[in-house]
Design a binder for this molecule. Structure first.
Ligand SMILES: [Zn+2]
Length: 522
Protein backbone atom coordinates (compact mmCIF):
# COMPACT_ATOMS: atom_id res chain seq x y z
CA UNK A 1 0.00 0.00 0.00
CA UNK A 2 2.81 2.39 0.86
CA UNK A 3 5.79 2.43 -1.47
CA UNK A 4 9.21 3.42 -0.29
CA UNK A 5 10.65 6.60 -1.74
CA UNK A 6 14.09 6.19 -3.23
CA UNK A 7 16.67 8.31 -1.47
CA UNK A 8 14.75 8.10 1.76
CA UNK A 9 17.65 6.41 3.48
CA UNK A 10 20.44 8.68 2.33
CA UNK A 11 22.17 10.97 4.79
CA UNK A 12 22.12 10.61 8.57
CA UNK A 13 18.97 9.06 10.05
CA UNK A 14 16.03 11.31 10.76
CA UNK A 15 14.21 10.90 14.06
CA UNK A 16 10.64 11.77 14.92
CA UNK A 17 9.78 11.78 18.62
CA UNK A 18 6.17 11.43 19.67
CA UNK A 19 5.38 13.23 22.89
CA UNK A 20 1.89 13.14 24.42
CA UNK A 21 1.77 9.70 22.86
CA UNK A 22 -1.45 8.87 24.69
CA UNK A 23 -3.18 11.81 23.05
CA UNK A 24 -1.98 10.64 19.66
CA UNK A 25 -4.08 7.52 20.14
CA UNK A 26 -6.96 9.48 21.68
CA UNK A 27 -6.25 9.13 25.39
CA UNK A 28 -9.00 11.65 26.03
CA UNK A 29 -11.57 9.56 24.15
CA UNK A 30 -10.34 6.47 26.00
CA UNK A 31 -10.82 8.10 29.38
CA UNK A 32 -14.30 9.21 28.40
CA UNK A 33 -15.18 5.65 27.47
CA UNK A 34 -13.90 4.44 30.84
CA UNK A 35 -15.89 7.14 32.65
CA UNK A 36 -19.01 6.15 30.71
CA UNK A 37 -18.44 2.52 31.72
CA UNK A 38 -18.03 3.36 35.41
CA UNK A 39 -20.52 6.22 35.86
CA UNK A 40 -22.90 5.71 32.95
CA UNK A 41 -23.15 7.52 29.61
CA UNK A 42 -25.32 10.34 30.99
CA UNK A 43 -22.61 11.42 33.43
CA UNK A 44 -19.59 10.84 31.20
CA UNK A 45 -19.20 14.39 29.87
CA UNK A 46 -19.57 16.07 33.27
CA UNK A 47 -17.08 13.62 34.78
CA UNK A 48 -14.63 14.20 31.93
CA UNK A 49 -14.85 17.94 32.50
CA UNK A 50 -14.12 17.42 36.19
CA UNK A 51 -11.33 14.98 35.33
CA UNK A 52 -9.55 17.67 33.31
CA UNK A 53 -9.74 20.00 36.29
CA UNK A 54 -8.36 17.36 38.66
CA UNK A 55 -5.60 16.10 36.42
CA UNK A 56 -3.19 19.08 36.59
CA UNK A 57 -3.75 19.38 40.35
CA UNK A 58 -2.93 15.71 40.97
CA UNK A 59 -0.07 15.76 38.49
CA UNK A 60 1.43 18.97 39.83
CA UNK A 61 4.73 17.69 41.19
CA UNK A 62 5.38 15.42 38.21
CA UNK A 63 6.14 12.34 40.31
CA UNK A 64 3.15 10.24 39.18
CA UNK A 65 2.68 8.42 35.90
CA UNK A 66 -0.48 9.16 33.95
CA UNK A 67 -1.89 5.80 34.98
CA UNK A 68 -1.43 6.74 38.65
CA UNK A 69 -2.89 10.19 38.00
CA UNK A 70 -5.88 8.57 36.35
CA UNK A 71 -6.43 6.15 39.23
CA UNK A 72 -6.27 8.96 41.78
CA UNK A 73 -8.61 11.12 39.68
CA UNK A 74 -11.12 8.26 39.42
CA UNK A 75 -11.00 7.85 43.18
CA UNK A 76 -11.67 11.58 43.65
CA UNK A 77 -14.48 11.41 41.11
CA UNK A 78 -16.17 8.83 43.35
CA UNK A 79 -15.34 5.53 41.66
CA UNK A 80 -15.01 2.43 43.81
CA UNK A 81 -11.60 0.73 43.98
CA UNK A 82 -12.92 -2.20 41.97
CA UNK A 83 -13.83 0.19 39.18
CA UNK A 84 -10.26 1.39 38.66
CA UNK A 85 -9.97 1.93 34.94
CA UNK A 86 -8.09 -0.42 32.76
CA UNK A 87 -7.24 1.61 29.72
CA UNK A 88 -4.94 -1.05 28.33
CA UNK A 89 -7.81 -3.57 28.43
CA UNK A 90 -10.20 -1.18 26.70
CA UNK A 91 -7.70 -0.21 23.97
CA UNK A 92 -9.03 -2.47 21.19
CA UNK A 93 -12.31 -0.53 21.24
CA UNK A 94 -10.60 2.81 20.64
CA UNK A 95 -11.25 4.12 17.14
CA UNK A 96 -8.01 6.08 16.67
CA UNK A 97 -5.65 3.25 15.71
CA UNK A 98 -6.27 2.85 11.95
CA UNK A 99 -5.63 6.57 11.46
CA UNK A 100 -2.46 6.48 13.57
CA UNK A 101 -1.24 3.37 11.76
CA UNK A 102 -1.66 4.96 8.32
CA UNK A 103 0.15 8.12 9.35
CA UNK A 104 3.06 6.34 11.05
CA UNK A 105 3.46 3.80 8.22
CA UNK A 106 3.96 6.65 5.79
CA UNK A 107 6.42 8.40 8.10
CA UNK A 108 8.45 5.19 8.46
CA UNK A 109 8.29 4.51 4.72
CA UNK A 110 10.06 7.80 4.17
CA UNK A 111 12.97 6.70 6.32
CA UNK A 112 12.14 8.29 9.66
CA UNK A 113 13.01 6.50 12.88
CA UNK A 114 10.28 6.68 15.51
CA UNK A 115 10.56 7.38 19.23
CA UNK A 116 7.90 7.39 21.93
CA UNK A 117 8.45 9.79 24.79
CA UNK A 118 5.79 9.33 27.43
CA UNK A 119 4.82 9.22 31.07
CA UNK A 120 1.95 6.83 30.40
CA UNK A 121 2.44 3.43 32.06
CA UNK A 122 4.53 0.84 30.15
CA UNK A 123 1.77 -1.81 29.92
CA UNK A 124 -0.51 0.70 28.26
CA UNK A 125 2.18 1.70 25.78
CA UNK A 126 3.05 -1.88 24.88
CA UNK A 127 -0.63 -2.75 24.34
CA UNK A 128 -1.19 0.28 22.13
CA UNK A 129 2.03 -0.31 20.13
CA UNK A 130 0.74 -3.79 19.26
CA UNK A 131 -2.50 -2.27 18.00
CA UNK A 132 -0.69 0.31 15.88
CA UNK A 133 1.56 -2.40 14.48
CA UNK A 134 4.33 -0.03 13.41
CA UNK A 135 7.75 -0.56 14.99
CA UNK A 136 9.32 2.15 17.11
CA UNK A 137 13.12 2.36 17.43
CA UNK A 138 12.99 3.80 20.94
CA UNK A 139 10.46 3.94 23.76
CA UNK A 140 11.34 6.29 26.59
CA UNK A 141 8.95 6.08 29.51
CA UNK A 142 9.50 8.11 32.65
CA UNK A 143 7.03 9.59 35.08
CA UNK A 144 8.92 12.87 35.26
CA UNK A 145 8.72 13.57 31.53
CA UNK A 146 5.40 15.12 32.53
CA UNK A 147 3.35 17.23 30.19
CA UNK A 148 3.79 20.29 32.30
CA UNK A 149 7.51 20.42 32.86
CA UNK A 150 10.54 20.17 30.64
CA UNK A 151 12.17 16.76 30.51
CA UNK A 152 15.55 17.95 29.21
CA UNK A 153 17.63 15.18 30.73
CA UNK A 154 15.70 12.51 28.82
CA UNK A 155 16.43 14.26 25.54
CA UNK A 156 20.09 14.63 26.37
CA UNK A 157 20.34 10.95 27.28
CA UNK A 158 18.57 10.04 24.07
CA UNK A 159 20.96 12.04 21.91
CA UNK A 160 24.07 10.67 23.60
CA UNK A 161 22.82 7.05 23.51
CA UNK A 162 21.67 7.02 19.87
CA UNK A 163 24.12 9.51 18.39
CA UNK A 164 21.10 11.12 16.71
CA UNK A 165 21.68 14.55 15.19
CA UNK A 166 19.39 17.11 16.89
CA UNK A 167 19.20 18.99 13.58
CA UNK A 168 17.67 15.91 11.95
CA UNK A 169 15.21 15.40 14.74
CA UNK A 170 11.60 16.58 14.92
CA UNK A 171 9.50 16.60 18.05
CA UNK A 172 5.87 15.67 17.38
CA UNK A 173 3.43 16.83 20.04
CA UNK A 174 0.09 15.16 19.53
CA UNK A 175 -1.56 17.18 22.01
CA UNK A 176 -4.26 18.28 24.24
CA UNK A 177 -1.48 19.78 26.33
CA UNK A 178 0.81 21.16 23.68
CA UNK A 179 4.05 20.57 25.43
CA UNK A 180 6.44 21.91 22.86
CA UNK A 181 8.35 24.02 25.34
CA UNK A 182 11.21 21.55 26.04
CA UNK A 183 11.81 21.14 22.29
CA UNK A 184 11.76 24.92 21.87
CA UNK A 185 14.25 25.35 24.68
CA UNK A 186 16.60 22.76 23.17
CA UNK A 187 16.27 24.21 19.66
CA UNK A 188 14.58 21.06 18.26
CA UNK A 189 11.99 21.74 15.54
CA UNK A 190 8.47 20.56 16.28
CA UNK A 191 5.20 19.56 14.66
CA UNK A 192 2.07 20.16 16.68
CA UNK A 193 -0.92 17.99 15.80
CA UNK A 194 -3.57 20.37 16.99
CA UNK A 195 -6.71 18.29 16.62
CA UNK A 196 -8.70 20.69 18.77
CA UNK A 197 -7.63 23.82 16.87
CA UNK A 198 -6.35 25.41 20.06
CA UNK A 199 -4.30 28.58 20.16
CA UNK A 200 -0.71 27.85 21.15
CA UNK A 201 0.25 29.08 24.59
CA UNK A 202 2.67 31.98 24.92
CA UNK A 203 5.64 29.69 25.52
CA UNK A 204 5.04 27.05 22.86
CA UNK A 205 6.25 27.83 19.33
CA UNK A 206 5.64 24.85 17.02
CA UNK A 207 7.56 24.91 13.72
CA UNK A 208 4.57 23.38 11.93
CA UNK A 209 0.98 22.91 12.94
CA UNK A 210 -1.37 20.23 11.64
CA UNK A 211 -5.04 19.98 12.43
CA UNK A 212 -5.13 16.24 11.74
CA UNK A 213 -2.71 13.34 11.54
CA UNK A 214 -2.96 13.24 7.77
CA UNK A 215 -0.12 15.17 6.19
CA UNK A 216 2.28 14.30 9.02
CA UNK A 217 4.90 12.72 6.73
CA UNK A 218 4.87 15.76 4.43
CA UNK A 219 5.18 18.11 7.39
CA UNK A 220 8.18 16.17 8.73
CA UNK A 221 9.83 16.07 5.29
CA UNK A 222 9.23 19.79 4.99
CA UNK A 223 11.31 20.38 8.13
CA UNK A 224 14.11 17.85 7.48
CA UNK A 225 14.19 16.79 3.80
CA UNK A 226 15.28 13.19 3.20
CA UNK A 227 18.54 13.99 1.43
CA UNK A 228 19.40 17.38 2.89
CA UNK A 229 22.87 16.23 3.99
CA UNK A 230 23.79 14.38 0.83
CA UNK A 231 24.78 16.98 -1.74
CA UNK A 232 25.42 14.38 -4.47
CA UNK A 233 21.82 13.16 -4.63
CA UNK A 234 18.81 15.02 -5.92
CA UNK A 235 17.90 18.42 -4.57
CA UNK A 236 15.53 18.59 -1.63
CA UNK A 237 11.98 18.64 -2.82
CA UNK A 238 12.70 17.18 -6.26
CA UNK A 239 11.70 13.72 -5.13
CA UNK A 240 8.27 15.11 -4.33
CA UNK A 241 7.48 15.32 -8.04
CA UNK A 242 9.06 12.05 -9.12
CA UNK A 243 7.92 9.83 -6.32
CA UNK A 244 4.64 7.95 -6.38
CA UNK A 245 2.40 9.09 -3.59
CA UNK A 246 0.72 6.64 -1.27
CA UNK A 247 -2.82 5.71 -2.23
CA UNK A 248 -4.15 6.88 1.10
CA UNK A 249 -2.52 10.28 0.99
CA UNK A 250 -4.89 13.20 1.49
CA UNK A 251 -3.86 16.81 1.03
CA UNK A 252 -4.49 18.83 4.15
CA UNK A 253 -3.82 22.35 5.20
CA UNK A 254 -0.39 22.65 6.76
CA UNK A 255 -0.16 25.66 8.97
CA UNK A 256 3.03 27.14 10.32
CA UNK A 257 3.37 29.74 13.02
CA UNK A 258 6.42 31.13 11.23
CA UNK A 259 4.91 31.70 7.80
CA UNK A 260 1.22 32.54 8.13
CA UNK A 261 -1.08 30.96 5.51
CA UNK A 262 -1.86 33.15 2.52
CA UNK A 263 -5.47 33.74 3.51
CA UNK A 264 -4.51 35.03 6.95
CA UNK A 265 -2.82 38.40 6.57
CA UNK A 266 -0.05 39.57 8.84
CA UNK A 267 -1.48 41.97 11.45
CA UNK A 268 0.70 44.78 10.00
CA UNK A 269 -0.64 44.23 6.46
CA UNK A 270 -3.40 46.69 5.59
CA UNK A 271 -6.69 44.86 4.85
CA UNK A 272 -7.76 47.90 2.81
CA UNK A 273 -4.91 48.15 0.29
CA UNK A 274 -2.36 45.43 1.12
CA UNK A 275 0.42 47.83 2.18
CA UNK A 276 2.72 46.34 4.77
CA UNK A 277 4.27 48.24 7.65
CA UNK A 278 6.98 47.66 10.20
CA UNK A 279 5.96 48.07 13.85
CA UNK A 280 7.88 51.34 14.16
CA UNK A 281 6.22 52.75 11.02
CA UNK A 282 2.77 52.09 12.49
CA UNK A 283 3.66 53.80 15.76
CA UNK A 284 4.66 57.00 13.93
CA UNK A 285 1.41 57.10 11.89
CA UNK A 286 -0.93 56.46 14.89
CA UNK A 287 -1.51 52.95 13.48
CA UNK A 288 -3.21 54.36 10.38
CA UNK A 289 -2.38 53.20 6.83
CA UNK A 290 -0.64 56.02 4.97
CA UNK A 291 -1.97 54.75 1.63
CA UNK A 292 -5.69 54.22 2.21
CA UNK A 293 -6.39 55.52 5.73
CA UNK A 294 -7.30 52.16 7.25
CA UNK A 295 -7.25 52.36 11.04
CA UNK A 296 -5.30 49.44 12.55
CA UNK A 297 -6.08 48.49 16.18
CA UNK A 298 -4.22 50.89 18.48
CA UNK A 299 -2.78 49.60 21.75
CA UNK A 300 -4.46 51.29 24.72
CA UNK A 301 -1.29 52.83 26.13
CA UNK A 302 -0.22 54.19 22.73
CA UNK A 303 -3.66 55.75 22.35
CA UNK A 304 -3.56 57.33 25.78
CA UNK A 305 -0.05 58.68 25.10
CA UNK A 306 -1.29 60.25 21.86
CA UNK A 307 -4.47 61.78 23.33
CA UNK A 308 -3.16 63.17 26.61
CA UNK A 309 -0.54 65.79 27.41
CA UNK A 310 2.91 64.22 27.79
CA UNK A 311 3.46 62.89 31.29
CA UNK A 312 -0.03 63.82 32.47
CA UNK A 313 -1.59 60.34 32.54
CA UNK A 314 -1.74 58.50 35.83
CA UNK A 315 -3.11 54.99 35.62
CA UNK A 316 -5.54 53.81 38.31
CA UNK A 317 -6.69 50.37 39.48
CA UNK A 318 -3.66 48.71 37.90
CA UNK A 319 -4.02 45.71 40.20
CA UNK A 320 -7.68 44.90 39.45
CA UNK A 321 -7.91 41.38 37.98
CA UNK A 322 -10.78 39.10 37.08
CA UNK A 323 -11.55 36.20 39.38
CA UNK A 324 -12.76 32.86 38.09
CA UNK A 325 -16.19 32.70 39.76
CA UNK A 326 -17.41 29.74 37.71
CA UNK A 327 -14.11 27.76 37.72
CA UNK A 328 -14.58 27.90 33.98
CA UNK A 329 -12.75 25.33 31.90
CA UNK A 330 -12.71 24.98 28.12
CA UNK A 331 -9.71 22.83 27.23
CA UNK A 332 -7.72 25.10 29.53
CA UNK A 333 -8.76 26.92 32.65
CA UNK A 334 -9.91 30.53 32.50
CA UNK A 335 -7.14 31.41 34.96
CA UNK A 336 -4.56 30.08 32.51
CA UNK A 337 -6.10 32.06 29.66
CA UNK A 338 -6.01 35.23 31.76
CA UNK A 339 -2.35 34.66 32.60
CA UNK A 340 -1.59 34.06 28.94
CA UNK A 341 -3.36 37.29 27.91
CA UNK A 342 -1.39 39.20 30.52
CA UNK A 343 1.89 37.71 29.31
CA UNK A 344 1.08 38.50 25.67
CA UNK A 345 -0.18 42.05 26.17
CA UNK A 346 1.55 43.29 29.31
CA UNK A 347 -1.89 44.42 30.49
CA UNK A 348 -3.76 43.29 33.61
CA UNK A 349 -7.15 43.52 31.93
CA UNK A 350 -8.89 44.63 28.73
CA UNK A 351 -9.51 48.13 30.08
CA UNK A 352 -6.97 50.78 31.12
CA UNK A 353 -8.26 53.61 33.31
CA UNK A 354 -6.70 56.72 34.79
CA UNK A 355 -6.64 60.50 34.73
CA UNK A 356 -4.81 62.91 32.48
CA UNK A 357 -5.11 66.24 30.72
CA UNK A 358 -5.65 67.35 27.13
CA UNK A 359 -4.28 70.84 26.48
CA UNK A 360 -4.17 71.30 30.24
CA UNK A 361 -7.83 70.36 30.85
CA UNK A 362 -8.34 67.36 33.12
CA UNK A 363 -10.39 64.28 32.24
CA UNK A 364 -10.76 60.66 33.29
CA UNK A 365 -10.05 57.99 30.65
CA UNK A 366 -11.27 54.41 30.20
CA UNK A 367 -9.58 52.89 27.14
CA UNK A 368 -10.17 49.30 26.03
CA UNK A 369 -7.57 47.05 24.43
CA UNK A 370 -8.83 44.49 21.93
CA UNK A 371 -5.62 42.48 22.18
CA UNK A 372 -6.56 41.37 25.70
CA UNK A 373 -9.04 38.53 25.14
CA UNK A 374 -10.84 40.41 22.38
CA UNK A 375 -11.52 43.38 24.64
CA UNK A 376 -14.15 41.28 26.37
CA UNK A 377 -15.94 42.71 29.40
CA UNK A 378 -15.79 40.63 32.55
CA UNK A 379 -16.17 41.70 36.15
CA UNK A 380 -12.77 43.42 36.24
CA UNK A 381 -13.50 45.55 33.15
CA UNK A 382 -16.89 46.54 34.60
CA UNK A 383 -15.33 47.35 37.95
CA UNK A 384 -12.58 49.46 36.39
CA UNK A 385 -15.10 51.38 34.28
CA UNK A 386 -17.15 52.16 37.40
CA UNK A 387 -14.02 53.29 39.24
CA UNK A 388 -13.19 55.63 36.33
CA UNK A 389 -16.70 57.13 36.52
CA UNK A 390 -16.47 57.43 40.31
CA UNK A 391 -13.09 59.19 40.02
CA UNK A 392 -14.53 61.60 37.42
CA UNK A 393 -17.48 62.39 39.73
CA UNK A 394 -15.24 62.86 42.74
CA UNK A 395 -13.09 65.35 40.86
CA UNK A 396 -15.94 66.90 38.83
CA UNK A 397 -14.29 66.21 35.49
CA UNK A 398 -15.49 64.61 32.21
CA UNK A 399 -15.04 60.92 31.36
CA UNK A 400 -13.83 59.64 28.01
CA UNK A 401 -14.35 56.00 27.05
CA UNK A 402 -12.74 54.31 24.04
CA UNK A 403 -14.50 50.95 23.62
CA UNK A 404 -13.05 48.20 21.42
CA UNK A 405 -14.67 44.93 22.32
CA UNK A 406 -16.19 41.67 21.18
CA UNK A 407 -18.70 41.90 24.03
CA UNK A 408 -19.24 40.22 27.37
CA UNK A 409 -16.63 37.68 28.49
CA UNK A 410 -18.27 34.28 28.25
CA UNK A 411 -15.94 32.66 30.78
CA UNK A 412 -17.63 34.66 33.56
CA UNK A 413 -21.18 33.91 32.42
CA UNK A 414 -23.81 35.86 34.31
CA UNK A 415 -21.12 37.88 36.11
CA UNK A 416 -20.14 39.37 32.74
CA UNK A 417 -23.75 40.15 31.86
CA UNK A 418 -24.12 41.93 35.21
CA UNK A 419 -21.48 44.42 34.01
CA UNK A 420 -24.05 45.84 31.57
CA UNK A 421 -26.38 47.30 34.24
CA UNK A 422 -23.38 48.07 36.44
CA UNK A 423 -21.66 50.27 33.83
CA UNK A 424 -24.96 51.83 32.74
CA UNK A 425 -25.61 52.81 36.38
CA UNK A 426 -22.16 54.43 36.48
CA UNK A 427 -23.01 56.52 33.41
CA UNK A 428 -26.28 57.51 35.13
CA UNK A 429 -24.24 58.68 38.12
CA UNK A 430 -22.19 60.83 35.72
CA UNK A 431 -25.43 62.38 34.41
CA UNK A 432 -26.78 62.96 37.92
CA UNK A 433 -23.56 64.77 38.75
CA UNK A 434 -23.98 66.92 35.65
CA UNK A 435 -20.74 65.70 34.11
CA UNK A 436 -20.21 64.92 30.43
CA UNK A 437 -19.37 61.44 29.12
CA UNK A 438 -17.61 61.16 25.74
CA UNK A 439 -17.20 58.00 23.68
CA UNK A 440 -14.80 57.32 20.83
CA UNK A 441 -15.81 53.98 19.31
CA UNK A 442 -12.88 52.04 17.95
CA UNK A 443 -13.14 48.88 15.84
CA UNK A 444 -14.97 46.76 16.90
CA UNK A 445 -17.58 48.09 19.32
CA UNK A 446 -20.04 45.26 19.59
CA UNK A 447 -22.39 43.14 21.70
CA UNK A 448 -22.48 43.70 25.47
CA UNK A 449 -20.23 46.74 25.41
CA UNK A 450 -22.28 48.41 22.65
CA UNK A 451 -25.43 47.43 24.56
CA UNK A 452 -24.19 49.18 27.70
CA UNK A 453 -21.91 52.14 28.37
CA UNK A 454 -20.54 52.52 24.82
CA UNK A 455 -23.90 53.70 23.46
CA UNK A 456 -24.56 56.23 26.22
CA UNK A 457 -22.12 59.01 25.38
CA UNK A 458 -23.27 62.62 25.47
CA UNK A 459 -21.07 62.98 22.42
CA UNK A 460 -20.34 59.81 20.42
CA UNK A 461 -17.54 59.69 17.88
CA UNK A 462 -16.38 56.70 15.84
CA UNK A 463 -13.21 55.83 13.99
CA UNK A 464 -13.57 55.39 10.20
CA UNK A 465 -14.55 51.88 9.15
CA UNK A 466 -15.14 50.65 12.71
CA UNK A 467 -17.66 47.84 13.13
CA UNK A 468 -20.41 49.08 15.44
CA UNK A 469 -23.09 46.42 15.72
CA UNK A 470 -24.60 44.17 18.34
CA UNK A 471 -23.97 41.09 16.21
CA UNK A 472 -21.72 40.49 13.23
CA UNK A 473 -22.82 40.11 9.64
CA UNK A 474 -22.30 36.32 9.41
CA UNK A 475 -24.55 35.51 12.37
CA UNK A 476 -27.37 37.83 11.27
CA UNK A 477 -27.27 36.61 7.66
CA UNK A 478 -27.26 33.03 8.91
CA UNK A 479 -30.28 33.67 11.13
CA UNK A 480 -32.43 35.85 8.89
CA UNK A 481 -31.26 34.37 5.55
CA UNK A 482 -31.24 37.88 4.14
CA UNK A 483 -28.35 39.65 2.46
CA UNK A 484 -27.19 42.66 4.48
CA UNK A 485 -26.00 45.90 2.84
CA UNK A 486 -22.26 46.14 2.11
CA UNK A 487 -21.66 48.76 4.77
CA UNK A 488 -23.68 46.87 7.38
CA UNK A 489 -22.61 47.81 10.89
CA UNK A 490 -19.86 50.14 9.73
CA UNK A 491 -19.36 53.48 11.43
CA UNK A 492 -20.52 55.17 8.22
CA UNK A 493 -23.89 53.36 8.29
CA UNK A 494 -24.30 54.11 12.00
CA UNK A 495 -23.72 57.80 11.26
CA UNK A 496 -26.46 57.76 8.60
CA UNK A 497 -28.86 56.16 11.08
CA UNK A 498 -28.15 58.80 13.72
CA UNK A 499 -26.30 56.58 16.18
CA UNK A 500 -23.16 58.73 15.99
CA UNK A 501 -22.41 62.44 16.18
CA UNK A 502 -19.45 62.21 13.84
CA UNK A 503 -16.70 60.03 12.40
CA UNK A 504 -13.20 61.31 12.95
CA UNK A 505 -9.83 60.01 11.76
CA UNK A 506 -7.49 59.29 14.64
CA UNK A 507 -5.27 62.26 13.84
CA UNK A 508 -8.18 64.70 14.43
CA UNK A 509 -9.55 63.14 17.61
CA UNK A 510 -7.22 64.89 20.03
CA UNK A 511 -8.10 68.37 18.81
CA UNK A 512 -11.81 67.51 18.77
CA UNK A 513 -11.72 66.19 22.32
CA UNK A 514 -9.80 69.28 23.42
CA UNK A 515 -12.64 71.43 22.02
CA UNK A 516 -15.26 69.27 23.77
CA UNK A 517 -13.43 69.69 27.08
CA UNK A 518 -13.36 73.46 26.55
CA UNK A 519 -17.11 73.54 25.75
CA UNK A 520 -18.34 71.09 28.42
CA UNK A 521 -15.70 71.43 31.11
CA UNK A 522 -16.27 73.50 34.16
ZN1 LIG B 1 -4.12 50.67 3.42
Amino acid sequence: MVRRRSGADTGAPRWATFDCYGTLIDWNGGIRRELARVFGEAEADAKLHRYHELEPVIEQDGSLSYAEVLTEAMRQLGAAEADAPSLAASLPSWPAFPEVRTALEEVRARGWKLVILSNTDPAFIEASKKLIGVPFEETIVAADIGSYKPGHKHWEEFFSRTGADPKRHVHVAASLFHDITPANELGIPSVWINRLAETPGPLAQPTRELLELTGLADALDGIVPADSEDATTSKPGRSKIEMPMTETRIDVQVESTQTPPANEKHPNTCPGCGSHYRDDELTTTLYVCGQCGHHFPMPSHARIAWLTDPGSFEEDAVGVRSGDPLSFFDLRSYGERLAEAELNTGLGEALVIGSGTIDGRPLELAVMDFSFMGGSMGSAVGEKFVRAADAAIERGIPLLAVPSSGGARMQEGIFSLMQLPKTVAAVEDMHDAGLPFFVVMAHPTTAGVLASFASLGDVTVAEPGALIAFTGRRVIEGTTREKLPDDFGKAEQNLRFGHLDTILPRSEQRQYLSRLLKLFGR
